[in-house]
Design a protein around this ligand. Structure first.
Ligand code: SF4
Length: 407
């Protein structure tokens, strides 16, 4: 990352921390924190059971669900669904509308659909800015992906894009320009893809939270595809809402987001002669793809995460080097730990396994007290046993062996 981007990122994080610090300590928040910690721990411990329950509940609600072991499985399923919906093998010119989602980035669906000529349209403002910015752009924070770009740089991104507009260094003007362009492009789209903030297994419901209102559009397309990690499962809607509320508090410093969508089936009406029709205002077909991609072999603690991103705003390493500490869109220490499971041991080594200071500040500021430092220590030990470590460590080890001293 460039120094000016790091500087902007640090300023954005300071603003975020000023907002969250007070609300996190309110008695109501502390009560919710304790409740959600138990929900997340129990849910991960009972993940297999919840998965079975969710599949039955979705079936009952008219939602199709599939299990994807790998990224490729998920990609193939999505491509098949889009082809089926288009009733055509040729997908060039098809527009698919998407919401911001770490899981969608993880499965690299944009690159995959690009090969088919699909216009994959990000609707979240920060996500859209990164999408149209030249180069490979990693979101700097799970809920605020473009927090490292200042208004001047963002205006430049817009003015140099194919949007064919000129905006001043003015946040409101930029927002209006992007909104107009996205709304115009999504007019002809009848496929929406989203992630999920939480999934209620017993109710067969998908919970999505957002402030922009963009997800209202995404879930109203004829075909709504949800891609969610198997770790997103919790028992009930009440649990899922508790998780979403705590995530909101830690991510934004507010008690609730502007919108919370609960999708429990396709849109339907039987208002005329009691005859049932789907796709009234919302989706005709809802499909959930549960992604494993290494999660089932992950340490349970690593899956407690609710995705608020608060850990990276306080992390001393991340504040100095930014996204060089993390794995792709899974940023910071937790991202490094997670990468050992969704990638491999080498992935976590390259993502910064030895960059962590093990200070534990992230755990102190995490709504579920995820013990990132302890997980990283364990992974270092495991990798060391397998002979996976950094070259300088190997030199130090040899010196200690030969001279009883690292020097
Ligand atoms: S590890 Fe904790 S603080 Fe970090 S994103 Fe996950 S829940 Fe939030």
């Amino acid at each position: 990352m460039k120094e000016n981007e790091l500087e902007t990122m640090r300023k954005s994080f300071k603003t975020a921390n000023d907002r969250t610090n007070h609300i996190m300590k309110e008695p109501k928040s502390l009560e919710l924190k304790e409740k959600v910690q138990n929900i997340r721990k129990d849910s991960i411990n009972n993940n297999e059971e919840l998965y079975k329950t969710a599949c039955e509940s979705f079936k009952r609600n008219g939602i199709d669900s599939f299990f994807a072991s790998t990224i490729e499985d998920a990609q193939d399923k999505i491509v098949d669904l889009i082809k089926e919906n288009a009733e055509d093998e040729d997908l060039s010119g098809v527009t698919v509308t998407k919401s911001k989602s770490n899981t969608l980035r993880e499965i690299k669906i944009e690159d995959c659909l690009d090969e088919y000529g699909v216009n994959f349209l990000a609707t979240d403002l920060g996500d859209r800015i990164l999408q149209i910015k030249e180069g490979y752009n990693i979101p700097i924070h799970p809920t605020c992906p473009a927090a490292h770009l200042d208004v001047h740089e963002i205006a430049n991104v817009i003015n140099n894009s194919e949007m064919n507009v000129h905006v001043e260094d003015d946040a409101h003007e930029i927002m209006q320009a992007v909104k107009k362009d996205v709304l115009n492009q999504m007019k002809d789209s009848d496929v929406g893809i989203s992630g999920a903030n939480s999934i209620a297994a017993e109710d067969g419901s998908i919970i999505l939270i957002h402030n922009e209102g963009n997800i209202n559009h995404v879930i109203s397309k004829k075909l709504h595809i949800v891609v969610a990690g198997i770790d997103k499962l919790v028992p009930s809607i009440e649990d899922a809402i508790s998780v979403a509320k705590l995530e909101t508090i830690y991510a934004t410093g507010s008690h609730v987001t502007s919108y919370m969508n609960i999708v429990s089936g396709p849109s339907k009406t039987a208002d005329i002669e009691k005859k049932l029709f789907k796709n009234m205002y919302g989706a005709e077909k809802v499909v959930v793809i549960f992604l494993d991609n290494g999660r089932s072999k992950a340490f349970n603690e690593c899956l407690w995460c609710v995705g608020c991103g608060n850990c990276v705003t306080v992390c001393p390493v991340y504040n100095v080097i930014g996204s060089d500490f993390g794995y792709e869109n899974y940023v910071g220490g937790r991202g490094v730990a997670f990468s050992d499971f969704i990638g491999d041991h080498d992935t976590s080594l390259k993502s910064g396994l030895f960059k962590c200071t093990l200070c534990g500040v992230c755990t102190e500021n995490c709504p579920v007290s995820l013990p990132t430092n302890a997980i990283i220590e364990q992974l270092r030990a495991n990798n060391n046993d397998l002979g996976i470590f950094l070259e300088p460590h190997s030199l130090i080890k040899d010196k200690i062996k030969d001279h009883n001293s690292p020097f």
